[in-house]
Design a binder for this molecule. Structure first.
Ligand SMILES: Nc1ncnc2c1ncn2[C@@H]1O[C@H](COP(=O)(O)OP(=O)(O)OP(=O)(O)O)[C@@H](O)[C@H]1O
Ligand SMILES: [Mg+2]
Length: 323
């Protein structure tokens, strides 16, 4: 099965069973990837001797088991190179945080991971971004299917001007998901997003009647409803108060058991609290043009990044001396 097929998903796990390849030509590599991704093999079910231990997640392997990989990725807006030479892998069922000063390209990188940048005129990616080993930007890949599998939650909660129920049902309907009972899909997504108890008696009411924190959880539920594998979040708590933020952080930690999560945050404590791995980006002005191009400085297990970073620029940033 591939990005062009009508697919069924495993309702219990939210995954396409045994199905990760993006193109028909990649069956072999995909089969290998599937093996590597089974829970037994990738280390969630048994301790990995060489793993770096991490307080949030006991089995963070020393190297991420890649769901998405960037290989020497540059991202341009027209002639402007916003991000340069990013090489990194995002680990299976891990939370990866992208941190760095404003304008260093965190959102640009995040949007490239589900081809959301395609929607920006003039935006283009060079290098390779792969999903389970297959080129996400390959000529035959359906970007809409990419975005179904790799969902996105934005900085400002953006529910549709519809009922709570309709917000969740919308995605499964427009993506043509085979659904035997939409009520169940809605309940499951809202439950997974820790919102069900608060909204179960007002499903037909407008989503705009919810608080900001509830709206953001609704947006997470809406993302989950189409059964993605990866959830991208761009500063999902920046518009929320500390209590709502804590709820989203708790939710992320729970969702990590079933999803790969990549989050952009300006909140260093948040990265330290929730992320298994953290990537620090900065922006370097070009000597010729003065344009500031983002680059990846350091990427490591979060506990190492925040206690003993390898690069002085990371240390300066996390200690508040820069940025
Ligand atoms: N749609 C766009 N068109 C042109 N340039 C853009 C666009 N979006 C971002 N840029 C530029 O790309 C660079 C990186 O921007 P980006 O928004 O990715 O940074 P960021 O790290 O997410 O910043 P912030 O922390 O402020 O959100 C900046 O120089 C920005 O001006
Ligand atoms: Mg941003």
């Amino acid at each position: 099965m591939n990005f062009y097929s009508t697919r069924t998903t495993d309702h219990d796990t939210g995954r396409d069973p045994g199905d990760t390849d993006l193109s028909t030509s990649s069956a072999t590599s995909s089969a290998t990837a599937n093996e590597a991704f089974s829970r037994e093999d990738h280390g969630l079910a048994k301790p990995l001797g060489s793993s770096v231990r991490h307080e949030h997640w006991p089995h963070v392997p020393a190297e991420p088991i890649a769901v998405i990989e960037c290989d020497d990725v540059d991202i341009y807006y027209g002639d402007f190179r916003a991000v340069s030479a990013v090489t990194m892998a995002y680990g299976f069922n891990e939370i990866t945080a992208l941190i760095g000063p404003s304008g260093c390209g965190k959102s640009t990188v995040l949007r490239s991971l589900n081809r959301m940048n395609d929607l920006i005129p003039g935006a283009r990616v060079t290098g390779k971004i792969s999903y389970h080993g297959d080129d996400m930007y390959g000529p035959e890949v359906d970007a809409i299917e990419v975005r179904r599998r790799i969902g996105m939650v934005f900085q400002k909660p953006n529910p549709f001007p519809k009922s709570i129920y309709a917000n969740i049902a919308y995605g499964p309907k427009v993506t043509g998901m085979r659904v035997s009972n939409m009520d169940d899909v809605v309940e499951e997504a809202l439950t997974r997003a820790a919102l069900w108890d608060e909204v179960k008696d007002k499903l037909k009411e407008s989503a705009y009647g919810l608080s900001g924190g509830q709206q953001q959880r609704l947006c997470i539920a809406r993302t989950i409803a189409v059964k993605p594998e990866v959830i991208l979040m761009d500063e999902p708590c920046s518009a929320l108060d500390p209590i709502a933020t804590q709820r989203i952080e708790d939710l992320m930690s729970e969702l990590r058991q079933d999803y790969t999560i990549i989050i952009v945050t300006h909140n260093m404590q948040q990265a330290a609290r929730v992320a298994d791995r953290t990537a620090f980006f900065t922006a370097k002005p070009s000597e010729d043009t003065g344009d500031r191009t983002g680059l990846l400085v350091e990427y490591d297990v979060t506990s190492k990044m925040f206690s003993n970073p390898s690069d002085k620029r990371t240390e300066d940033y996390i200690s508040g001396r820069f940025g």
